[in-house]
Design a protein around this ligand. Structure first.
Ligand SMILES: Nc1ncnc2c1ncn2[C@@H]1O[C@H](COP(=O)(O)OP(=O)(O)O)[C@@H](O)[C@H]1O
Ligand SMILES: [Mg+2]
Length: 383
């Protein structure tokens, strides 16, 4: 698939931009701070409603403006679809598909994109939040309906945490509050179980693609592995009939979540924190027999970060029968010759690739394609 047209209003540092793109390689050049990343971020946002740079939508709206609009024409298997998303700070997004009002979640899944950016090093070196976002963005891309579950889970989590805190860790919790808490246990378990199951299925499907990508990037130096470290399984340790290692169907996971919360009641009340659920899980990355975090060299960490994105690209391509749009934000300058060459292979497999770079020399020869210059929130096709 590819994006043939993009229009932005009050998005980041773009007051207004209208631009047409060709298939193949699209290069965005410009000095730092001009808006290259902002532009590809707009495209990526249509794919997952999440940004690789911020968690709050407020930053996406141009300073001083009340809302931003992203419009894009996406061509998939030769058929164009017009997507329009209005981002209003502090309110729900509004969407249109082919000019008709639509549910925002129907926009998800129309455009599939994979972004590789310098920030991705934190997938290997950073805290679990980044890895959970990596998984959940892919979960939503594969199964758009789960976008609603993802935001519902976050909402329930906030409410339940607030409720736990409101007891002040007291020994005597009023009955009414206890039964309210049980209601929230059920809500958290239902939404959480769906995310746990979807992440497990994703990791299973993704692992062979990431392993293969890592082999090719690292020249066969060690096997990459992916595994979920589950807060639910941890909570079940030493209990009778723990479901650890079992096939994860949603109904079973829901009751296991509820049981775990009952067992951890005292601890959760003392600490005022929700201790089980997908928000406490991590994606453990390994190289050979060692965990990547804390052990991998800088070069290995880059290889693994690249393999995670290449693996995601290959998985989506295999499942959709069509390559997602590939976005390479300022990454060539960071990579050595070998990793550049592997990345160039992935570029060849995509129908459209956006490459941003501060200087043309950072883009490998033969990958320049259609060229744009970005200057202070203005994009112009280069002569
Ligand atoms: N919401 C916003 N409103 C106005 N300007 C913004 C907003 N968000 C980011 N910017 C500006 O965008 C610029 C960064 O653009 P970016 O796309 O990251 O640059 P680069 O070309 O280096 O990738 C900064 O100057 C920043 O101040
Ligand atoms: Mg940038």
């Amino acid at each position: 698939m590819y994006v043939s047209d993009l229009a932005l209003n009050d998005f980041r540092n773009y007051a207004e931009a209208v631009v047409s793109f060709s298939e193949g390689v699209v290069t965005l050049l410009g000095a730092n701070g001009q808006g290259k990343t902002n532009l590809v971020e707009a495209i990526a946002y249509l794919a997952t409603f999440s940004s690789h740079r911020v968690s709050a939508d407020t930053a996406l709206v141009r300073a001083g403006a009340s809302g931003a609009v992203i419009r894009a024409k996406v061509v998939s298997e030769g058929r164009p679809t017009l997507l329009e998303l209005e981002i209003i700070a502090g309110r729900a997004n509004r969407a249109r598909i082919n000019r008709a009002p639509a549910r925002t979640r129907d926009v998800l899944g129309v455009l599939k994109a994979v972004v590789f950016a310098p920030e991705d090093l934190s997938l290997v070196k950073g805290d679990p939040t980044d890895r959970r976002r990596y998984l959940d963005d892919l979960v939503v891309t594969r199964t758009p309906r789960l976008a609603a579950v993802r935001s519902e889970y976050d909402r329930i989590l906030r409410q339940r945490s607030a409720l736990l805190k409101s007891t002040g860790g007291g020994r005597r919790v009023p009955d009414a509050l206890m039964s309210t808490l049980e209601v929230w246990d059920g809500h958290l378990a239902e939404a959480g179980a769906q995310l746990i199951a979807a992440r497990a299925a994703l990791v299973e499907a993704l692992t062979p693609h990431v392993s293969e990508a890592y082999r090719s990037v690292s020249d066969g130096a060690g096997e990459a592995s992916l595994a979920i470290r589950s807060s639910l399984e941890k909570a079940e340790e030493g209990t009778e009939g723990s479901g650890a290692g079992e096939a994860a169907d949603v109904a079973t996971l829901t009751s296991r979540m509820v049981a775990a919360m009952q067992r951890l009641r005292r601890q959760e009340l003392d600490r005022g924190v929700c201790l089980v659920g997908p928000h406490r899980d991590d994606l453990v990355l390994g190289i050979g027999d060692l965990p990547a975090k804390g052990y991998a060299s800088h070069g290995e960490s880059w290889s693994l970060a690249l393999a995670l994105r290449m693996g995601a690209f290959e998985l989506l391509r295999a499942e959709a029968g069509e390559a997602p749009v590939l976005i390479l934000d300022d990454v060539f300058a960071e990579l050595d010759a070998r990793r550049r060459a592997r990345l160039a292979e992935m570029v060849a497999a995509a129908q459209q690739v956006f490459i941003t770079a501060a200087v043309p020399d950072d883009v490998p020869a033969g990958l320049d394609g259609q060229r744009f210059q970005v200057t202070a929130g203005v994009i112009e096709e280069a002569a």
